[in-house]
Design a binder for this molecule. Structure first.
Ligand SMILES: [Zn+2]
Ligand SMILES: [Zn+2]
Length: 304
């Protein structure tokens, strides 16, 4: 028995020395407006209005379990629930992120910053990493500029292509993606750990509008969290050209000839309430996963 314990502690120690402790933790997979969705009469949404289930707006954490720290990607409108989820499932106490990264100024990605303000938590110098246009947007528009002025948050400006280091072994590089940039630029984030590399792209207009080749990126990365807002164009009664996204059906065709191993690296995320990939029991979820792709779900852990 003692030998087993010695063995265990030895490996924990080695792990600690190597710092191989970080993992990605999925905190939400829904499009900006969340689930249930305002005014929606669809049975799937109605059901979620009637009973609380944990479906949160897209966000991921990178957790360092040895040092009990994490960085957060996106400040979603579900932020209080998401930090509580981390408390409940991981840390067993409430912990604020070391730092927050935001991709762009659409509600699902930054509106949760309000919970750090005076009317809510009243944090002190919480680091918020954003690109220059987003920084300017937060610094010059209420209510966000109050968070900056009274030091609830501390803006740290990032630049596309430039690496910053976080936790023990994590580096982050923002990459420019084409999107509806009304208030800010839009970033994807390259997140590199000691052993693995992930790419987080919750929102992008269309793959063909980008100067990068998605197939090459799948080969290069270990995990890719890809915009899955709509499965196909028939899902909503709105002019879809006003809200362009790569349809999941298009992404699947684009990646069709990759090996199963490479397809397995893809985790679809940021699904609209109309995209039944949100429902793990749907035929659509079954179909997408049968093609070799994954769907990001709350509580999923992926070692970095
Ligand atoms: Zn979004
Ligand atoms: Zn709905």
């Amino acid at each position: 028995m003692i030998r087993i314990f010695k063995f265990f502690f030895f490996f924990s120690f080695i792990n600690f020395v190597n710092g191989q402790s970080e993992y990605i933790y999925i905190l939400g997979n829904v499009q900006d407006a969340g689930l249930p969705h305002i005014g929606c009469q669809h049975a799937f949404c109605k059901d979620k209005f009637n009973k609380f289930e944990e479906y949160f707006t897209t966000s991921i954490a990178v957790v360092d379990s040895v040092n009990q720290k994490y960085i957060l990607f996106e400040a979603s409108p579900d932020l209080p629930y998401q930090l509580n989820y981390l408390e409940k499932k991981i840390f067993k106490k409430f912990i604020l992120p070391e730092s927050v990264f935001i991709t762009h100024a659409h509600i699902g990605h930054y509106a949760g910053l309000m919970y750090f303000g005076r009317e809510a938590l009243g944090s002190r110098d919480l680091k918020v990493n954003v690109l220059p246009k987003m920084a300017n947007f937060l610094e010059t528009n209420g209510p966000w500029n109050q968070l900056v002025d009274i030091n609830n948050i501390k803006i740290q400006e990032l630049n596309f292509g430039k690496q910053t280091n976080h936790l023990n072994n994590i580096s982050v590089i923002p990459i420019k993606v084409p999107h509806r940039d009304e208030y800010s630029e839009t970033a994807a984030y390259e997140i590199t750990g000691k052993n693995k590399k992930a790419l987080f792209i919750p929102d992008i207009d269309k793959w063909e509008k980008w100067d990068k080749n998605l197939i090459e990126l799948v080969l290069k990365f270990d995990y890719l969290f890809l915009d899955a807002t709509f499965y196909d164009s028939k899902e909503i009664n709105r002019d879809i050209s006003e809200i362009p996204h790569p349809l999941v059906s298009e992404t699947i065709s684009l990646l069709e000839n990759l090996s199963v191993k490479d397809k397995n690296k893809v985790y679809f995320i940021h699904m609209n309430h109309t995209n039944m990939m949100l429902d793990p029991k749907s035929d659509l979820s079954e179909y997408v996963t049968s093609k070799g792709f994954n769907i990001a779900r709350l509580g999923l852990k992926l070692e970095l």
